[in-house]
Design a protein around this ligand. Sequence first.
Ligand code: UTP
Length: 291
Amino acid sequence: MKAVRKAVIPAAGLGTRVLPATKAMPKEMLPLVDKPAIQYLVEEAVASGITDILIILGRNKGIIEDHFDRNPELEAALAKPGKEKILEQCLGISSMANIFFIRQKQTLGLGHAVLMGKAFTGDDPFVVMYGDDVIGSDDPVAGQLIRAYTQYGRPAVGVNQVPWADVSRYCSLKTTPIENNCYFVDDMIEKPKKGQEFSNYSILGRVLLTPEIYTILENTKPGANNEIQLTDAMAEYARTRGGMTAVDFVGTHYDMGNKLCVAEANVELALKHPEIGADFRAWLKEYSKKL
Ligand code: UTP
């Protein structure tokens, strides 16, 4: 079995649910305290042993490339006593991993975006990290999927139980327990209507796939929202190619495509922030008295 060293981050979507913030700025660049969302994903990938990352971009997404590039003018300005730490952080961003970019010329759906990674991933297994899903965890979720893939030999999806009322916004998986937090999956459905749900286990932003998915994706017709859905291709895989493994991952999921979640994520991460955490906690306690 090949080691998993590659990740694909689709980040070409239009982000219509977080407009107007995303009119000119990608939602993947929305800041969580002092880092853009996509940096959390790259850090998670690196902490999971990933060395090569392909980011799928669309028009108006060039600032993502800039973020992972060197910035000599800024670096020169920061090369001063007292600025060593921030200079080191800025330099670190551009050397975390081998990062590649490609454009999805039309936003035809997440499944179509993943197809853009075919030449990059070649014969290798790869993790797909949905560009607007930040997951905080001491045990990086991509790494949890890699362990499940190594153990059970099947592609793996990261799931959590979501409130039943929300399943229709996500997808629903047909699961049979294997052991601990792992389940065998032999079917799934994207954005199920009431009564179509298999369970309230939904995929939340991380999947580990093998190259067989591409043949299926190439023949996947537009599904929910008239988009080529990755879930539809994974459902076909699960039904016809020996199933997948669902990992009920340990981690806190933040959906950057949802205004309420973005606000909650900023509060939670500010409370944990080493520089401002204590002051923010004190302020929040005072502020909450006014609520
Ligand atoms: P979403 O469906 O949440 O993104 O896709 P969206 O289309 O931007 O959402 P709306 O407009 O707010 O409803 C999940 C991830 O897949 C990427 C998005 O950028 C996001 O990170 N994506 C989606 C693509 O790269 N290409 C697509 O065609 C669709």
